[in-house]
Design a protein around this ligand. Structure first.
Ligand code: SF4
Ligand code: F3S
Length: 107
């Protein structure tokens, strides 16, 4: 099992999640973060920290977000690790909750 970052992180990237992860398994892309499923130990700490409610346990990912399970696994191998909190993206509060952000994901 692992936890998964889903669509609402896109263009928000608050990074509060990074602060609590005991095994540093977040990886950072241009406008999105992912969790490496091979490193996540299912500690559950990150899920309530995300202001965008973008993090789910793998078995609770909403149906319209299922593609993010594979995306987290793939992109975690491409993107560098992030271990420290940084400022959210510009206009993160405005993007929080916007629908149809999937196509805005930069890889
Ligand atoms: Fe890190 Fe725990 Fe979240 Fe997994 S569940 S990504 S180990 S904070
Ligand atoms: Fe993204 Fe939420 Fe972390 S917006 S960077 S998953 S705190």
């Amino acid at each position: 099992m692992t936890f998964v970052v889903t669509e609402n992180c896109i263009k928000c990237k608050f990074t509060d999640c990074v602060d609590v992860c005991p095994v540093d398994c977040f990886h950072e892309g241009p406008n999105f973060l992912v969790i490496d499923p091979d490193e996540c130990i299912d500690c559950t700490l990150c899920e309530p920290e995300c202001p965008a409610n973008a993090i789910f346990s793998e078995d609770e990912v909403p149906e319209d977000q299922l593609e993010f399970i594979k995306l987290n696994a793939q992109l975690a191998k491409q993107w560098p690790s992030i271990t420290e909190v940084k400022p959210a993206m510009p206009d993160a509060d405005e993007w929080n909750g916007k629908e149809n952000k999937k196509e805005l994901l930069e890889k």
